[in-house]
Design a protein around this ligand. Sequence first.
Ligand SMILES: [Zn+2]
Length: 371
Amino acid sequence: MTMDPPEFQTSAATAASAVGETILADDKILTLKRSKKRTQGKKSKKAKKTPSAENEGQLYGILDEPNIDYVQFGVSQRFHTWYGTNVYFENGTRKLGITVEGKKNRIKDVEETDSEPSKVWLDTLFVCEYCFKYTDDEQKLVDHDRVCSYKSRCAPGRIQYKSPEYTIRKVKGSKHVLFCQCLCLFTKLFLDNKSMYFKVENYEFFILYKTGSNKPMGFFSKDLVSFQQNNLACILIFPPYQRRQLGTLLMEFSYKLSRAEGVITGPELPLSPFGLIGYLHLWANVIAYQLEAGELSERAEVTLDEISHCTGFRINDIIMALKYMQCIDSDYKIYLAHIRAWKKKQADKGKLGTNTRGNMMIDDEYLLIDV
Ligand SMILES: [Zn+2]
């Protein structure tokens, strides 16, 4: 194998501090963030320092702007990265860290001009679209693509959801360490304050596939040691698969998981402003559906506890959603008529679909959750 990741050189303390940061985003959100970042003026071209005892509070590996220009994702898809990261590189250098046949192999320096260092450390990172192993050599990716075990045999993990359209597999970080680490590295190119966590054994990863394909389209992670039992730590739909509501599909699934575990919970907080928009839309849609056509449709009045029990959402999240819909007053009185009017307005705008599950993307019929 010629596409293994570098030896990670971070301390447990650094990794632990990094885990506390969360970014959540759905398809549209990530696009917005990209354009914002790409149009920002030139800032410092230097990387932030590698974490140390003095700056543990900083996000590990984050750079001010993209330092890898393109990702070649599989043999046929190529796109820009959105954010800079130094975690693909050897500590303190611009050398891609790659282990070749068990030996540390220093890759050539990235070309730099005589006058000033290029802000791009690497023009193209070649990443396997099945297992996320990487190289800076296109031929190595082509060669690897022919033999990648996740392509030719089976994707990792156990199936938790399988509809005719989508499959979600649970991959334990403790069991598939390399796959999960490479996935995290890749994610860092597309989420700005997404923290790198090297202690992947503390996480489960839920990977989304098109049914019948071994190509991951996106994922979310779940912290197994979270005191709050959050059902989602980080989520990303990979660039080629965005604008298909797949972020919503994964968020919905995260609630199916916590429902199966018998807990009322939600995503890790704080949410990014962009992540909050995605969640508000999901919460509002589900609440409105339950009041319009679901379990609460016959009710003349309803309490926050009842909505929480019905939806699996935390009460604070429900309050945020109801405020977003302008359907609750300062005394927490809920206005059902306003909620129904909100739903009709959304439907009229074409923002809500018309399937029999209230526009939910997950169909319970296809759940295969093992908890
Ligand atoms: Zn591969």
